[in-house]
Write a protein that binds this ligand. Structure first.
Ligand code: FES
Length: 166
């Protein structure tokens, strides 16, 4: 994994000494922070909450993961969903931070309206050729293990085994 860091970061990693503090740049540099987000937060399973955080249909909880924002919610069929908090029109955030109760997900910008399963239900002023079926909210890979919700932002999440779950 370490070879995925840029050549500018590798010297910092090489300076690590057992029993000593890490080089300051590993705490303070913007490129290290971005690499950290990319290597760990965008590629691995991360615990984000509990099923009981959204106990009823329409309960929604926004979670920030690095620069990404996702919505953990319970849909009308009482199924857990995890969706990117990004409108498919022009990328506005659908919900603000924290918890809320919603019957639909309505974008505050131009009122594109999504069902709780992420399907686009309403998109005003889009013309006759517009195909809303390909504009559903993007789902996030997730697993629920004993009520604990893990997500992976990658399109190809790492496989899990019985020993290294989620
Ligand atoms: S950005 Fe969401 S409706 Fe336009």
């Amino acid at each position: 994994m370490l070879n995925t860091f840029s050549s500018a970061i590798s010297p910092l990693l090489d300076q690590r000494m057992p029993g000593h503090a890490l080089p300051a740049g590993l705490y303070t540099r913007e490129d290290v922070f971005k690499a950290d987000l990319d290597v760990f937060f965008r590629r691995h399973w991360i615990y984000v909450g509990l099923e009981c955080d959204v106990p009823e249909p329409g309960d929604a909880h926004v979670i920030d993961l690095g620069s990404s924002s996702i919505i953990l919610l319970r849909d009308d069929d009482s199924q857990i969903r995890v969706l990117h908090n990004v409108c498919r029109h022009r990328g506005a955030r659908l919900l603000g931070s924290g918890t809320s109760i919603v019957s639909k997900l309505v974008c505050p910008y131009h009122q594109w309206t999504y069902e709780l399963d992420g399907e686009l239900a309403f998109a005003p002023h889009m013309g006759t050729g517009f195909d809303k079926t390909c504009k559903s909210l993007k789902p996030v890979h997730f697993r629920s293990i004993g009520g604990l919700i893990y997500v992976c932002l990658s399109d190809n999440p790492p496989k899990t085994s019985a020993r290294s779950r989620p």
